[in-house]
Ligand binder design. Structure first.
Ligand code: AMP
Ligand code: ZN
Length: 455
């Protein structure tokens, strides 16, 4: 079976294939801007991309997938944050990069093979801008900035169909100028931004004077450096489709004279009360916010996968207890399976749903349908391989009642294990022993708590 994904450029669901002779699938995923904790909307995109990565690894072999995800560590937002905090830019971005990494690990997202930074690729960006200028696709302005000349690239707008939209509304290209990286008087966008006072000590020398790269050029430069001029898959959240990805295509194709990406995939937004979860609206949850409410990152991952990646998903806190419950069902079901000896195709329907344009809710549905048929014919090896594609980790939530003495906790753990194994006789005996210690075990669906027995 082969992974098929919707391609935003051709608007068709297409199979992914390595386009080069070495058989390596080249995959670029636009990464986070590291100036604050990523929220679970951002993580929806990264979790979805993690499932893509896992499916690619499975199909082409892990040694034949090259996954690059960048870090945007210089832009208006990162600079503003460093000024507000009176800390050097690098200190701010390093802090939030390491937070991003620990959150990714908590969500069990595989690290990309290369994680380049914008500030680590200034030379490459300058090189591309210079090439664009030489080829007549860029021009300088009086202040020492450089802009991409959109009219020099007739294909501009093919990804977002921005010209069609403009015909309808007369305003699509103008909307782009609301972005700080866009030139005020039209659709041309900044490749190089001349140094201004607000940038403080954040600037680099260039053929155009001191300044810093515009946002869009970093992905064109890093993608080329680490994956070559033509890649097989480029992804990001749907808000990146225009203008970011449209601009990346223009920059890369005008500079390299060849196709930039064979396939474009965009996942939809996570919403709160019908609005995009975003830092600017302040309607966000981070993993830490949710942990403070008692929800584990794995429950968040499950809840994010429960929605179709190409449909908006409205997030509510109620989704999380349901996710915990589903994880418990998966874990306890797994415990009933023999290690091997089952039908290796027993969960083919789950994988088929994932391969079918990443239908994650369909895959979870197929999984539970199979679970409801009981463990016969299924083994842990096949189950684990399938769960691995979803990236779920099925460990028990930590038991509450940590203040109970160790021998009480030991009894409780034994009783819980007996109950999971459906050995109710042993579980009842252990409950009786527990009562004698002066502690009571309160069962919940996904675990238990220990409380002193009331007299
Ligand atoms: P940023 O850190 O703002 O550059 O965003 C990182 C990634 O998160 C990008 O791929 C965005 O498209 C994506 N993203 C931002 N907000 C949301 C959201 N509410 N739901 C899903 N993805 C999002
Ligand atoms: Zn990008």
């Amino acid at each position: 079976m082969a992974l098929r994904l919707f391609d935003s450029l051709t608007r068709e669901i297409r199979e992914l294939k390595p386009s080069q002779g070495d058989g390596v699938l080249r995959f670029y995923n636009c990464g986070p801007t590291v100036y604050a904790a990523a929220h679970i909307g951002n993580f929806r995109t990264f979790v979805v991309n993690d499932v893509i990565r896992r499916l690619l690894d499975r199909q082409f072999g892990a040694s034949h997938v090259l996954h690059v995800r960048n870090l945007t560590d210089v832009d208006d937002k990162t600079i503003r944050r460093s000024r507000e905090e009176g800390r050097p830019l690098q200190e701010v971005t390093r802090h939030w990069t390491s937070k991003f990494h620990s959150d990714c690990a908590a969500l069990n997202c595989l690290p990309p093979h290369v994680e380049p930074t914008a500030t680590g690729h200034i030379e490459e960006q300058i090189g591309m801008i210079a090439a664009l200028e030489r080829r007549g696709h860029a021009y300088r302005t009086d202040d020492g900035s450089v802009y991409f000349k959109v009219s020099s690239f007739p294909e501009y707008g093919s990804l977002s169909r921005v010209k069609e939209r403009e015909l309808k509304t007369g305003s699509a290209l103008k909307t782009a100028s609301a972005d700080a990286d866009e030139k005020e008087d039209g659709s041309d966008f900044a490749l190089w931004k001349a140094h201004k006072a607000d940038d403080g000590d954040v600037f680099w020398p260039s053929p155009w004077g001191q300044g810093r790269p515009g946002w869009h050029i970093e992905c064109s430069a890093m993608s080329k450096k680490h994956l070559g001029p033509t890649i097989d898959l480029h992804t990001g959240g749907v808000d990146l489709l225009f203008p970011h990805h449209e601009n990346e295509i223009a920059q890369s194709q005008c500079c390299n004279g060849q196709l930039f990406s064979h396939h474009w995939y965009h996942s939809e937004h996570l919403l709160v009360d019908g609005k995009k979860m975003s830092k600017s609206l302040g309607n966000l949850y981070t993993l830490d916010d949710l942990a403070a409410k008692g929800f584990r990152p794995m429950a968040v991952r499950y809840a994010l996968l429960a929605g179709h990646p190409r449909k908006q998903l409205n997030f509510t806190l109620e989704a999380l207890p349901a996710a915990e419950k589903a994880l418990t069902t998966l874990r306890t079901f797994r415990d009933t399976l023999p290690a091997t000896g089952g039908d290796p195709t027993a969960l083919a329907s789950v994988i088929a749903a994932l391969d079918d344009d990443l239908n994650t809710p369909g895959a979870l549905g197929a999984l539970f349908t199979r679970i409801n048929q009981g463990p016969a014919g299924l083994d842990r090896a096949t189950f684990d391989e399938t769960i691995h594609l979803l990236g779920l980790v099925l460990t028990a939530p930590p038991a509450a009642g940590q203040d109970a003495p160790p021998h009480v906790q030991e009894l409780a753990a034994q009783r819980w294990a007996a109950k999971q194994a459906r050995d109710f006789k042993a579980a009842d005996l252990l409950r009786a022993s527990l009562l004698e210690t002066g502690w009571t075990m309160l069962d919940r669906k996904d675990g238990y708590t220990l409380e002193r027995t009331k007299r």
